[in-house]
Design a protein around this ligand. Structure first.
Ligand SMILES: NC(=O)C1=CN([C@@H]2O[C@H](COP(=O)(O)OP(=O)(O)OC[C@H]3O[C@@H](n4cnc5c(N)ncnc54)[C@H](OP(=O)(O)O)[C@@H]3O)[C@@H](O)[C@H]2O)C=CC1
Ligand SMILES: Cc1cn([C@H]2C[C@H](O)[C@@H](COP(=O)(O)OP(=O)(O)O[C@H]3O[C@@H](C)C(=O)[C@@H](O)[C@H]3O)O2)c(=O)[nH]c1=O
Length: 285
């Protein structure tokens, strides 16, 4: 197996990839944190590609601060579009396969049916828009790519909704959480497993895929499950989006259909509640 470079290697998904790679005893992955490989620095990237001649490149680097992106458009676009284009160009030049991660926030969220890969993307936030632009620059440079759109990532690593809820559950008596945004949480360890399966199986079914855990929930029901499974006694109230004003607008419905991933990538996808239980168990251990 040739070398796999992981950009954004110190972020949440990057750390999950390290965890799963270790579990599967995969030693050919090179994890590059931002300080070592900024995807906006073409000279650095050129040198890194020349040195490692990667077979696969996994891009976990992204600007992910959804609300801040509304004020930092250039920064968000730089990382989420231009940085991705830099990687796609170099992948094309070196014959490397690019595995890139995108988001359910490319959708407007106005529907009520599980979204398939061919459904229209119409982002309603700067983060979603710049991530869509990142998806779109890849095929202009290479056909050897996998784009995995995922949603509501959490894990025992970095900051995420599960860890925020566990912290708030200890600090506060009452929490108010939105119940009119529906989607599917994704345990980033499961996503990391899917990515490494693509590499291990040398899958050639390039293209765009949806990957989240199975099932549907709201942020409110997700929070309730976190508190129930972690035995955290905190009063949790369902509120509407309008009662929790944020700078960026989030899709009201971003449930994704994973039929294509299950068929072509041959991955089994756990239900979100089962994976949540695994994550909470690891956080408690
Ligand atoms: N988190 C979520 O809920 C979801 C995430 N996604 C997508 O999944 C992917 C992984 O997300 P996640 O791991 O959670 O995000 P994180 O924010 O945890 O990780 C992103 C990493 O990218 C790094 N980074 C930022 N700018 C650059 C740059 N210019 N060059 C190199 N590295 C950079 C960050 O470093 P630093 O922190 O030092 O800036 C950080 O380590 C992203 O593409 C994201 O858009 C999709 C759906 C849901
Ligand atoms: C903390 C908190 C959040 N919320 C709501 C706000 C928001 O609608 C939802 C989730 O809030 P967060 O800010 O944790 O997550 P957010 O940044 O909106 O999460 C998104 O991140 C990007 C990177 C993605 O790609 C998306 O798939 C999605 O995971 O929960 C409450 O209702 N009450 C609360 O106390």
């Amino acid at each position: 197996m040739g070398t796999t470079l992981v950009f954004g290697g110190a972020g949440q998904l990057g750390q999950c990839l390290q965890h799963v790679a270790q579990e599967r005893q995969l030693t050919s992955l090179v994890f590059l944190p931002e300080a070592q490989a900024n995807i906006l620095n073409v000279d650095t990237l050129t040198a890194v590609f020349a040195r490692h001649q990667p077979t696969y490149v996994i891009n976990c680097a992204a600007y992910t601060a959804v609300d801040k992106a509304e004020d930092e458009v250039d920064l968000a676009r730089g990382v989420n579009r231009d940085g991705v284009e830099n990687l796609a160009r170099l992948c094309a030049a070196h014959g490397s396969t690019l595995i890139h991660i995108s988001t359910d926030f490319v959708f407007a969220g106005t529907g009520n049916q599980p979204l398939v890969e061919t459904d229209e993307a119409a982002p309603i936030s700067i983060y979603g828009l710049t991530k869509l632009e990142g998806e779109q620059v890849i095929p202009a440079h290479t056909s050897r790519f996998f784009i995995l759109r995922t949603s509501w990532l959490y894990s025992e690593y970095a900051n995420n909704f599960v860890k925020t809820m566990l912290r708030f559950g200890k600090e506060r008596e009452e929490l108010r959480v939105i119940w009119d945004q529906l989607g599917t949480p994704t345990y980033a360890i499961d996503l990391a497993g899917c990515i490494l399966t693509i590499i291990e199986s040398q899958n050639q079914a390039f293209g765009l895929y949806h990957y989240s855990n199975e099932g549907v929930t709201s942020w409110y029901d997700f929070a309730k499950a976190i508190f129930e499974l972690s035995h955290t006694p905190v009063r949790t109230l369902p509120i509407r989006t309008a009662e929790y004003p944020t700078k960026a607008t989030r899709p009201a419905f971003s449930v994704m259909d994973k039929t294509k991933a299950k068929t072509k990538l041959q991955v089994a996808i756990p239900h979100w509640r089962d994976s949540l239980q695994v994550c909470l168990g690891r956080l408690e251990a």
